[in-house]
Design a protein around this ligand. Structure first.
Ligand SMILES: [Zn+2]
Ligand SMILES: [Zn+2]
Length: 196
C-alpha cells in the first residue's frame, strides 16, 4: 500500500497531532511544512485551537473496527466542513486538492485536511491501518504502512515490553520442574519475538 502521496498527508498530520496534543506553534509549523502544507506558519492561538480536534482524531484511531472508524471519520468530514477544490498557486503551477480555502485560516484548513486524510485511507481500504498501540499505558497512534498491515505496537520497545511480561507470566504459571529437567527447560527457553 502506498501512503506517501499528498492525498494522505492529512492522515500523517492527523497521527502527528494526536501524538502531540499540546504542540508549540513552531513544532506544529514544522510538522505541517514536512507535509507540504501551504502557508503553514502557526500561532500559539492556532496550536491551542487544534487541541480539541486532536482528541476527535484520536477517537478514529482508537475505535474498534473499520465501521466505527468510518462513521467517526465521516462525522469529522462534516464537522470540518471539508469541501475539496482544485487549486493552483500560480500560472503553470500544478493543480491539487485543497480541502478548505487558504483564506479560512490555519486551524480550519488543518481540520479539513486531516479529516480528508483519514477518509482517504479508509476509502483506500486501509481503515484497519489507523491503529493505536496496544501496550497498556501507551497512547501513541499510528498509520500502519507495513506490508502485511498487522502492526499492534507503536515501537519495538512497546512490543518487547509486552512480550517480555507475557513471557514472565507464562514462566510463573508453568509447573515447577524438578532440578534435572530445569537445565533443559532453561536452555530451551522461548525467544522473545522481535516482530511488531
Ligand atoms: Zn496548495
Ligand atoms: Zn506504544
Amino acid at each position: 500500500m502506498q501512503f506517501n502521496t499528498y492525498t494522505v498527508a492529512g492522515a500523517h498530520i492527523a497521527v502527528w497531532l494526536v501524538n502531540h496534543p499540546a504542540p508549540e506553534p513552531q513544532e506544529l509549523t514544522a510538522a505541517l511544512l514536512d507535509h507540504d502544507v501551504h502557508e503553514p506558519a502557526a500561532t500559539a492561538a492556532d496550536a491551542w485551537a487544534l487541541r480539541p480536534w486532536a482528541a476527535r482524531l484520536r477517537a478514529v484511531f482508537e475505535a474498534g473496527g473499520v465501521t466505527a472508524k468510518a462513521e467517526l471519520a465521516d462525522a469529522l468530514l462534516i464537522a470540518a466542513d471539508c469541501r475539496p477544490r482544485l487549486v493552483s498557486h500560480g500560472t503553470g503551477q500544478p493543480f491539487h486538492f485543497h480541502y478548505a480555502p487558504v483564506a479560512t485560516g490555519l486551524p480550519p484548513r488543518v481540520r479539513a485536511l486531516t479529516a480528508a486524510g483519514l477518509a482517504h485511507v479508509i476509502d483506500d481500504g486501509g481503515g484497519s491501518r489507523l491503529g493505536a498501540c496496544v501496550r497498556p499505558g501507551c497512547d501513541v497512534v499510528f498509520l500502519d504502512t507495513s506490508r502485511n498491515g498487522r502492526r499492534h505496537f507503536c515501537t519495538l520497545r512497546c512490543a518487547n515490553q509486552v512480550n517480555v511480561s507475557a513471557h514472565r507470566q507464562r514462566e510463573r504459571q508453568r509447573p515447577r520442574p524438578r532440578a534435572r529437567q530445569r537445565t533443559v527447560l532453561v536452555s530451551d527457553r522461548e525467544q522473545v519475538p522481535e516482530d511488531t
